[in-house]
Design a protein around this ligand. Sequence first.
Ligand code: NAP
Ligand code: MG
Length: 399
Amino acid sequence: MEKIRMKTPLVEMDGDEMTRVIWKWIKEILIEPYVDLKTEYYDLGLVRRNETDDRVTVESAEAALKYGVAVKCATITPNAARVKEYDLKEMWKSPNGTIRAIMDGTVFRAPILVKGIEPYIPTWKAPITIARHAYGDVYKNSEMKVPEGAKAELVVTDRDGRETRQLIHSFDTSPGIVQGIHNLDASIASFARCAFRYAVDTKQTLWFAAKDTISKTYDHRFKDIWAEIYENEYKAQFEQLGIEYFYTLIDDAVARVVRSEGGFIWACKNYDGDVMSDMLATAYGSLAMMTSVLVSPTGAYEYEAAHGTVQRHYYKYLNGEETSTNSVATIYAWTGAFRKRGEFDGIPELCAFADRLEKACVRTIEDGIMTGDLYLLSKLPDKRKVSTREFLKAVAERM
Ligand code: NAP
Ligand code: MG
């Protein structure tokens, strides 16, 4: 068989621990035999980030914007323990945070569905994709304790020094707490454009929900910006594709999601997205089956698995023990990137390869061959737990 030729390279962002091991095996067993792989390689493993004072992360994100498609392995976000373990010069920031800030992107997460692993909500037949706004609100807050007898105010000082004040609360009878949060029109607009573009791309209906009845200025601003961008830039395309955009209150959205059959995109403000994506991941079955893609408002894509570096399994691997780590979400990061690269460069064989590889993963699991995490969940009568490498080989056989 002749290998599939690529035109533009993928931006390849390597990572850490067990997922770094799996990364290499996926390439060796499932990609390189079939594709004449072209990548621009960036090593985001913690050792290399430390050596380059984290410049490699910045450069990889810039390359993602330049080439338009990147695929990323999970990476360690350093904490105090990691600073010691890797003898770091500094507690480097989360690579995902750095990449997201440079690409100004929105993260979309969708579960991979397979027979035998049934969602906890029986009506869910298709994946629900969560789009989470990744800037501001409570994640960039300022908060204080307030003593009894004090008064808290919002003060905005304009460019010329003029102040606008509004009372938050007079703490006459009890001490308490206050919190200041913000967002930016530009960031809300980027978020909206990423979501509308992704809905068009994947031909799915898009929901957006906030709490504008209670938050009449803050949340209402989100609703208005989204409505304006939809009307002016996307309405015609949506109508042509027969998909819908609708806004509803967050509590109504939650109720509708539970009653739904899935198969749509649910855009959430930052905090709602944080909470609801964990709820959806669990309700669909396993974090190891959750895909993730960061989409920039200019149309650049960075694909990855939603899970981390699976540290516990890595230490077993280092001890020479066989692990049973699920590689499916990492494989889907590669297939997502190949499919998008194939679309951009007009290489239908690359898109077809992505489809075939995904189907082979699903077939393998539905044939009862699976890693330990899924073995615990699967309702299939004949199931077998296999090692990380055995799983990859079983997928290759089905390709
Ligand atoms: P994690 O790597 O997602 O793993 C948490 C647990 O979930 C694992 O111990 C394992 O459970 C299970 N699990 C996750 N992925 C799995 C897979 N593919 N196959 C089988 N089981 C899987 O999260 P963490 O342990 O909290 O974080 C480890 C490191 O990853 C941290 O340094 C963190 O900074 C980093 N991280 C990176 C990203 C990213 O790059 N996007 C995201 C999250 C975390 P059992 O041990 O019970 O088998
Ligand atoms: Mg969360």
